[in-house]
Write a protein that binds this ligand. Structure first.
Ligand code: DGL
Length: 349
């Protein structure tokens, strides 16, 4: 009897030491398809954000071999409903956790619809070089060949690997590692939907290990100037699309609603119909910051082309697409509404 007790105690010690040696990774869940439940294994109809973080994690027991996992439910929504309140909560919680010396990294489960916006928001507001990785899935947890469990395993595998430090916020899906600086959802249904269309992906996950092939080129995380730790709301910024015959209707509506900034998704190199451009120039005179971006999927919205940004008081977004440009402009407006200063930020982030 005494011997059995001793063996049990020894086993407990071994497992305690083993778990103490494993890096601690927090998995913060926010909802999305990865936490979705379908009507059947093959039907495309499903409800986002239906299962909890514990249920999600129980589908990938293998992650417990490589990390000590702690799950937290931050929200449980389809990411089409992602909002400033959850962003601020998430950013503050990530910063709080990463300050602890015993927390190695954060994995965030998230719907794919607005994942590029949340990843970029965190890329600009997290104050740490420790890995922060967003992960989602395109198929609900109940589907045949659900992609969520593999994506979660890969995300945790990247999170615990020391080569993942200092790379800014990343997204791991479909065996690929993508940077938040150039993230786009490019396909409505495909499991390989995410791309870094201008700069190329950061790397791949191979046999459960990250293999990086480039560094992020833009300012991020610990080198970012933005601090939301004392904020409970963000300046309101709207995105307005341009197209043939676009009028001043939405620009005027936005100004009348009291927005602080407008991002345009212009045609070509961020061009705008003359009537829309004139309305935006008037908006600038009323103190609204205007950033030109483009509805085109790749290439910069560059200054010094057909539009004289300096004359009109506009800033150009360069490689930041309209959705991420909205995020950067919101953060920029927490510090300034000077168009030159905002232009600097769009060239640096
Ligand atoms: N409603 C979408 C969202 O949460 C589902 C899409 C997805 O997660 O892939 O973003």
């Amino acid at each position: 009897m005494k011997q059995i007790k001793l063996i049990l105690m020894a086993l407990c010690c071994v497992s305690f030491i083993a778990s103490a040696q494993k890096p601690t990774v927090y998995v913060l869940a926010t909802g999305g398809t990865i936490a979705g439940e379908g009507k059947t294994e093959v039907n495309s109809a499903y409800t986002s954000g239906a299962i909890t973080v514990d249920e999600l994690l129980s589908a990938v027991p293998e992650i417990n071999d490589i990390a000590t996992i702690k799950g937290e439910q931050v929200a449980n929504i389809g990411s089409q409903d992602m909002n400033d309140e959850v962003w601020l909560k998430l950013s503050k919680r990530v910063n709080e956790l990463l300050k602890k010396s015993d927390v190695h990294a954060i994995v965030i489960t998230h719907g794919t619809d607005t994942q590029e916006e949340t990843a970029y928001f965190l890329n600009l507001t997290v104050k740490s070089d420790k890995p922060v990785i967003l992960v989602g899935s395109m198929r609900p947890s109940t589907a045949i060949s659900a992609d969520g469990p593999r994506n979660i395993y890969n995300a945790v595998a990247c999170a615990v690997d020391k080569s993942s430090k200092g790379k800014g916020v990343m997204v791991v899906m479909d065996d690929r590692i993508l940077g938040a600086d150039d993230l786009s959802k490019t396909n409505t249904l495909s499991v390989g939907t995410f791309q870094n269309p201008n700069f190329g992906e950061l790397g791949i996950v191979y046999n459960g290990k990250p293999v990086y092939s480039r560094e992020p080129m833009k300012r991020h995380t610990s080198k970012s100037e933005f601090d939301v730790s004392h904020l409970d709301k963000l300046p309101r910024v709207e995105i307005i699309l341009s197209y043939s015959n676009a009028t001043d209707l939405f620009v005027n509506a936005a100004v009348n609603a009291g927005v602080k900034g407008i991002v345009t998704a212009g045609v070509g190199n961020g061009n705008l119909t003359t009537v829309m451009q004139n309305a935006l120039a008037a908006a600038v005179k009323n103190g609204v910051a205007v950033v030109r971006s483009s509805r085109i999927a790749t290439g910069p919205t560059a200054q010094w082309d057909e539009i004289d940004d300096d004359k009109l008081g506009f800033s150009a977004s360069w490689f930041v697409n309209p959705y991420r440009a909205r995020v950067l402009l919101m953060l920029a407006l927490t510090k300034t509404n000077n168009y030159k200063e905002i232009q600097r930020m769009f060239t640096e982030y």
